[in-house]
Each structure stands twice: as structure tokens, then as C-alpha cells.
Design a protein around this ligand. Structure first.
Ligand SMILES: Nc1ncnc2c1ncn2[C@@H]1O[C@H](COP(=O)(O)OP(=O)(O)OP(=O)(O)O)[C@@H](O)[C@H]1O
Ligand SMILES: [Mg+2]
Length: 341
């Protein structure tokens, strides 16, 4: 019997932080390491993963599958020029599929789980629509991408808050009083959040002890992996202690610091020339950082990484030193101040 695939959803609170870029390049990296990999475009309504893989947008995809009465999702996989890597298009020839129905989602999710591959990477849309939250729930160990800026980090935490509230909502069945309470909590910005997830669970447990137990067990399963993209300097990771504290205190959640990718002008060059980044700029700072994330996926995906913030900081400092020296030598000039290109 074939082994169950490892599903890696890639999400973010804020848009435009590099989800599609990272999904495509992590998929290429895992495939180049010899792993049978599938990159899936689940940003229905804004599908553009094909571009980062250097593929045209002319194949039917998930949108067409959801509209069709027959056919199998797996048959829509498209070969790529890269050994071990296949692609499953999103909107395909059926655009405007952002608001898929509950029935369509029930048709899609079990089939996504059964796709034939060792690693399945899911490029999700930005934000916290229920569909995105439910796709993120395809694994308890998804990747969250953020740029290392206050606003984007707050959006990442808000994504996780709404994700947990959605998980809780799905565990409480038809209890309307609890559901209304959760919907209200979803509307509150993180800064105005009057109660933490654990306080909320305590209130629910009082009303329905069985539901309380179920929720606590469900929430314990999650351990997101954070990737910081477009970083400029190791100091960008200085707020990791604050992030860890917010995750613990407000969300009762542990997360791993899984990667840091430098802002790299080579990425823009690849995007402009519509060529895939990794094979064309394999020695650039962003490519090396993506290779490291792929290695971490293979080695540590199923296990927590103790002290991951300190480990990542150490790695980023080492990577920054030689690159900044060579940068001085070459006198590279760029449009943004400071940091690495
Ligand atoms: N490390 C990087 N260095 C330089 N530019 C980058 C880097 N990562 C991403 N970019 C640029 O940022 C742009 C946005 O990236 P991308 O489309 O992957 O974001 P996204 O999170 O998928 O956006 P959306 O929320 O719209 O789906 C890309 O076109 C790319 O040029
Ligand atoms: Mg995208």
C-alpha cells in the first residue's frame, strides 16, 4: 500500500508575503532531493502558482474539477520540467472560484488527501476566509509565511486565532450559544481580544464539559511552522520572544521558527523573466535559505524543534556575515535601504 502523503499547507495572514513563491520553490527543492512532490494551487480566485514554476496557464484545474459532474482530481496533475515534480492547477479554465460551497469543499478535501505523492504542498489564498482556514486544517503542521514587520506578524497571529476558533467551532456541533460566542471572538481584532483561547475553552467547558475536552485535545495537535520571508538582517528576528509569548498567552499554541529567507533581487529578476527561480539562481541567498527549509522539512517535519527561535537566529547570523562581506566587495546597489539582496 502507498504511504500517506505529507501535506504541507502554506498560508499567511497578510497577502503578497511570498506564499506562492515559497510553495513553488520548496516544491522544486524537495523534488530535486529525490522526493515525489506535488504543488497544488489552492488559491482559488487568485491562482498564480504556475507562473512561479515557469508553466503556462492553460490546463484545467481544481475549479474545473469542482464544476464537472465526472472525472477524478488526480487526473488533472500536470507534469513539470522538473524530475519528481507535478503540478495541480487551481482555477484552471474556470476562474472566479474563490467562494466554493460546503458541498464542493466536501468533495475536494478527501481527494486532496489521497493525491499520489510523498509531499503535497498547498499554496493558499491570503486571509481568513473559512475555505482557507479549512484548507490549512488539512495538516496540523502547516507553514505560515510572514514578512518580518509588525503589521504582517499581527496578521499572522490573527490568522492563527481565527484558525483555532474555527477548529473549536467545528468541535462544538450545534451548540448555538457557543457558536455565537466564537463568531463574536472572530470579529474582534487580536489587540482587542478580551479573552485568550484558554479562557474561551474554560467558558465552553463549564457549559459543555465533553466539548471542552474535545476542543483541548483538538487544539493540542497544532504546531504551525513560521517562515519569515524578505528578511534583511538577523535583527529582523529580534521580536521572536514577543511572538512566542503571544502564541502561548493568547493562543495556547507552540510554533516552530522554521525558516528565514532574505530579500533577494534575483527573485524579482526571475519573476520578471517568467522563469523559475531556484534552478536559475541556485547560489543566491534566497535559494540557499529555501534549500535549508526543504532539508528541515525532510528531517524534522513530524517532530517539534526545541529552541527553534535561537537555532534559526544562529543560522541567519552565519548566513548574513559572508553575504554582507561579498555585498560590500561587489558594491551591489539596490532600491531598498540596508539588508541583503
Ligand atoms: N525573498 C524574496 N525576495 C524578493 N522578492 C520576493 C521574495 N519573496 C517574494 N518576493 C516577491 O514578492 C512577490 C509576491 O510574492 P507571492 O506572489 O509569492 O506572494 P503571495 O503571498 O503568494 O501573494 P498572494 O497573497 O497575492 O497570493 C513576488 O512577485 C516576488 O517577486
Ligand atoms: Mg499567492
Amino acid at each position: 500500500m502507498a504511504l500517506k502523503p505529507i501535506i504541507i499547507p502554506v498560508a499567511s495572514g497578510k497577502g503578497g508575503v511570498g506564499k506562492s513563491f515559497l510553495t513553488a520553490n520548496l516544491a522544486m527543492s524537495l523534488a530535486a532531493m529525490g522526493h515525489r512532490t506535488l504543488a497544488v494551487d489552492l488559491d482559488l480566485g487568485g491562482a498564480n502558482l504556475h507562473g512561479f514554476l515557469g508553466l503556462p496557464n492553460r490546463y484545467p484545474g481544481i475549479g474545473d474539477f469542482l464544476k464537472a459532474k465526472r472525472g477524478e482530481l488526480a487526473d488533472l496533475r500536470v507534469p513539470t520540467p522538473f524530475e519528481n515534480l507535478e503540478f495541480l492547477p487551481g482555477d484552471g479554465k474556470t476562474p472566479f472560484m474563490a467562494n466554493i460551497s460546503y458541498t464542493q469543499k466536501r468533495k475536494l478535501i478527501p481527494r486532496l488527501r489521497r493525491l499520489p505523492a510523498e509531499y503535497i504542498l498547498l499554496d493558499l489564498g491570503a486571509g481568513t476566509t473559512f475555505n482557507t482556514l479549512d484548507f490549512f486544517n488539512l495538516s496540523p503542521l502547516g507553514i505560515l509565511v510572514t514578512v518580518p514587520e509588525h503589521h504582517a506578524v499581527m496578521n499572522m497571529l490573527a490568522f492563527l486565532k481565527n484558525f483555532l476558533l474555527r477548529v473549536i467551532e467545528r468541535s462544538v456541533g450545534r451548540n448555538h450559544a457557543i457558536r455565537n460566542m466564537l463568531r463574536d471572538a472572530m470579529k474582534q481584532p487580536l489587540e482587542d481580544q478580551t479573552s485568550s483561547i484558554s479562557q474561551l475553552v474554560a467558558v465552553i467547558s463549564k457549559e459543555d464539559p465533553e466539548a471542552g475536552k474535545k476542543i483541548t485535545a483538538a487544539c493540542r495537535r497544532y504546531r504551525p511552522r513560521m517562515v519569515f520571508n524578505e528578511g534583511e538582517h538577523p535583527d529582523d528576528l529580534n521580536f521572536s520572544a514577543q511572538i512566542t509569548q503571544s502564541l502561548r498567552q493568547i493562543l495556547s499554541l507552540e510554533a516552530d521558527y522554521f525558516g528565514f529567507v532574505f530579500f533577494d533581487s534575483a527573485v524579482r529578476k526571475a519573476v520578471r523573466s517568467q522563469t523559475p527561480f531556484l534552478p536559475n539562481f541556485p547560489q543566491s541567498p534566497a535559494a540557499l535559505a529555501i534549500g535549508r527549509i526543504a532539508e528541515r522539512i525532510v528531517k524534522y517535519w513530524q517532530t517539534p524543534i526545541p529552541d527553534s527561535a535561537a537555532l534559526l537566529m544562529d543560522r541567519v547570523r552565519k548566513d548574513f556575515a559572508p553575504t554582507s562581506k561579498s555585498r560590500k566587495k561587489k558594491q551591489v546597489s539596490t532600491g531598498r535601504s540596508g539588508g541583503l539582496r
